[in-house]
Design a protein around this ligand. Sequence first.
Ligand code: BG6
Ligand code: MG
Length: 212
Amino acid sequence: MRHFKAVIFDLDGVLVSTDDYHYHAWKKVADNLGIPFNESVNHRLRGVSRLESLDIILEASKRELTKEEKLSLSEEKNNYYKAYLKNLTPNDIDKKIVLTLQQLKDKGFKLAIGSSSKNAKLILELTNLTSYFDAISDGTNIEKSKPDPEVFLKAAEYIAEEPGKCLIVEDAVSGIVAGNKAGMKTVAIGYAKTSEYADYKIDSLEELLNIV
Ligand code: BG6
Ligand code: MG
């Protein structure tokens, strides 16, 4: 029996291609430092907070950095990233994605965002997506990022829904793990399809309508 009442979406790499911007911004930081960084390392940064992402990138370097240096590098990355965000408009969202969100709403599902990003609200505004969501749980309201379940549990709390009635949509392996830990069912799209723990795998967002 279909029993979902809510769908909680990751943002970067699921609704918006900002995962590419994250990659290119980190690539500039890594290149400045002379640290090797490529798309396969980048997959490990999906769903992970800014500072934790930097620690993963620094695994390829022998340099020991102070906390202040790390803060300054993560700020530098965010500045590069925000420069890319300036180009973001509603036209960057696939029409099929907007239609899927509207169809889910019309069917009575509550919709929420569950993103580790502190830029999530800005991105939703720039792309005109804010009004589709009943709640936004993001990097500004959590202590621990994915694979910790906190961001999804907070989203469920904000929409007053039981975790067991929530379906997670994720492109990050860390997000699939977080969804499982939260006691929610998970749908993998993009890179998350490599995870053996996803309950469902889809190639495009419209397929969600066959799952709910
Ligand atoms: C997640 C991304 O959505 O947000 C990660 O998948 C990113 O790659 C994290 O590190 C934090 O984002 P921000 O915008 O707060 O630096
Ligand atoms: Mg993502």
